[in-house]
Design a protein around this ligand. Structure first.
Ligand code: NAP
Length: 200
């Protein structure tokens, strides 16, 4: 399979890219690093990068940002960071990316446990994650050409545990093997319209 992994240089993305690289043709995308430059917050960038690559069998998005802060201090603009990047970035990736997929191809998006189990400071991140879960369920009713779209929703992953553990008291770090397998399930399985939750 020819697979584009956006965010394939990130903490999660590099483990996923290493795995798929063993048996597939992997192209890594990101704003500053990778084989191709792409910014999911900019539809023109999505379009031009996909146009330069051509047909794909799978697109994985393991990228997207949202601002973490106290609700009391969050401005409207602060909320738009997550809406523009993590939410609409991934919606636009599906909207544009499906036209570059071979029949039977798949798109896998990324969210996280905050959609179901938020912690303080995450009104924006939780909101966009939850919106993406609803998006893939509704999208499934309209997908054509055997194209599949799923979202992988992870708990705090092992490789980020030290950095974020104080925000997630009592949460169990998800092994990187389980993380990789969630993406394998979406790409190599037959499911569509699913939120693949891995929270423990
Ligand atoms: N780490 C966790 O425990 C965890 C748990 C659940 C969910 N998640 C979610 O999973 C995703 C990846 O997390 P991570 O910890 O691996 O993050 P990370 O280490 O910060 O890596 C993010 C990657 O995405 C790329 N990226 C960021 N914004 C982008 C954009 N607008 N367009 C294209 N590429 C972009 C970055 O590269 P450039 O800077 O070069 O663009 C980087 O390679 C995030 O959405 C995060 O919220 C993470």
């Amino acid at each position: 399979m020819k697979i584009l992994i956006i965010g394939g240089h990130g903490t999660i993305g590099k483990k996923v890219a290493d795995h798929f690289n063993k048996n597939h043709d992997v192209i890594v995308g990101g704003r500053s690093q990778g084989d191709v430059q792409i910014d999911i917050a900019d539809s023109n960038s999505i379009h031009s990068t996909l146009e330069s690559i051509g047909e794909l069998d799978a697109i994985l998005c393991i990228a997207g940002e949202a601002k973490w802060d106290e609700f009391d201090t969050m401005t409207e603009e602060d909320f738009y960071i997550g809406i523009k990047s993590k939410l609409m970035g991934q919606v636009n990736l599906v909207r544009i990316g499906r036209n570059y997929l071979n029949s039977g191809g798949s798109i896998t998006l990324s969210t996280g446990i905050l959609a179901d189990d938020p912690v303080p400071l995450t009104t924006s991140a939780a909101m966009v994650n939850g919106a993406l879960h609803s998006f893939v369920k509704a999208l499934e009713l309209e997908l054509k050409n055997d194209i599949r779209v799923n979202v992988v929703s992870l708990g705090l992953v092992e490789d980020s545990y030290e950095k974020y553990k104080d925000f997630f008291p009592g949460h169990i770090p998800i092994s990187m093997e389980k993380v990789v397998n969630a993406y394998v399930r979406s790409v190599e399985g037959k499911e569509s319209g699913q939120v693949i939750r891995v929270y423990e």
